[in-house]
Design a binder for this molecule. Structure first.
Ligand SMILES: [Zn+2]
Length: 345
């Protein structure tokens, strides 16, 4: 059995579409048919090589998707054949299987991870899949693999935002916009958002931001500054000057949560004294999301129309157009998340 897949063959080059031979399932692995996959900033980072040289090339990419389980390997207990699942990169219970290796006559061995999603079919580790109702909208489910669960976890677990606390969000990509929605649901106020793209700021407003500021503004830091500082600042761009600004804009007892990661070799410079007096600075690992617990909860909020995932989606592409999707993401022409529809009617 073969699968069409977008492969990262060389860093800083477009992905290449190839047909790959799918390996036989090993212990703890499941074979899935991808219905819909998100594209997240971390995949752009992998393509750009922000973490430095990549020892796994050529390899597959993608870590948020909705899929259907076609086959399960030995030992798999959490998911069954025929079930609809969310594929996510944070661990859930179940086996952590060895990552699958695919083959192609031209590329030879093609590596993957515990979860990859830029392909029609994907072999995934049992602990990267969480079952959902069969009727769950694939687009909504795909967003719960990374962006939305991360945003919710950043607000509720990392920042522990309380009712009426102020929050500033730097960067309004998929995660930033999910932070906005989670902050609104949690009762954060006021919610301020800063981004360089106007369309994202408009979407942020629609999703609950009280104030939006273009990062292209003159005297940006003075414009963003509020009396006493923000209770919570979430930095999701990974841009070093913004990390340093996030730290300065937080209140003396404020919490700064870093979501974005600067390219390898870049470092932020921070005066540490405020940390001794109650300011806190933490890095978020996917919002500490627990997929098996968080995904059903968030789907409940979607069903009750309290969480709007539809507005987060601003572009949908077939797998064959993945490089176009990526360049539209980079240019800022898409305000929210970009999805790949794998099953073309
Ligand atoms: Zn992601």
């Amino acid at each position: 059995m073969k699968t069409r897949a977008a492969v990262l063959v060389q860093q800083r080059q477009p992905l290449e579409l190839h047909d790959l031979e799918i390996p036989r399932l090993q212990h703890g692995q499941i074979l899935t048919q991808i219905l819909c996959s998100g594209i997240c900033g971390s995949q752009l980072g992998e393509i750009d090589g922000v973490k430095g040289p990549d020892a796994y090339l050529p390899h597959l990419l993608g870590h948020e998707a909705c899929a259907e389980v076609l086959e399960v390997g030995e030992g798999v207990k959490r998911v069954r054949v025929g079930q609809r699942v969310v594929l996510h990169w944070r661990r859930a219970p179940g086996h952590e299987a060895v990552p699958a290796t695919y083959h192609n006559p031209r590329l030879g061995k093609v590596n993957s991870g515990w979860v990859t999603t830029f392909s029609q079919y994907s072999v995934v580790s049992e602990n990267r899949a969480t079952p959902v109702d069969q009727e769950t909208d694939p687009a909504a489910a795909a967003l719960l693999g990374c962006a939305v669960t991360t945003g919710a976890g950043v607000v509720c677990r990392n920042a522990r935002l309380e009712l009426g606390e102020s929050i500033l969000i730097l960067g309004a990509g998929g995660v930033g916009l999910s932070v906005v929605q989670a902050a609104r649901l949690t009762g954060g106020f006021p919610i301020s958002v800063c981004d360089r793209f106007q369309n994202r700021l408009e979407l942020a407003k629609q999703l609950g931001a009280d104030r939006v500021v273009s990062s292209q503004s003159e005297e940006l830091e003075a414009l963003l500054a509020v009396n006493g500082g923000y209770d919570v600042v979430v930095e999701s761009t990974g841009y070093v000057p913004f990390i340093e600004m996030a730290y300065r804009l937080a209140a003396s007892q404020g919490r700064v949560v870093l979501v974005g990661v600067p390219p390898a070799g870049q470092a932020a410079q921070l005066p540490t004294l405020p940390l001794h007096f109650g300011k806190t600075l933490v890095g978020s690992h996917g919002g500490d999301a627990q997929p098996d617990r968080d995904i059903p909860r968030l789907l409940g909020l979607v069903a009750a129309q309290r969480l709007d995932l539809q507005s987060l989606v601003s572009g949908r592409y077939p797998l064959e157009d993945i490089n176009q999707a990526i360049s539209d993401m980079r240019s800022g022409s898409l305000a929210g998340r970009c999805l790949l529809d794998m099953v073309v009617a």
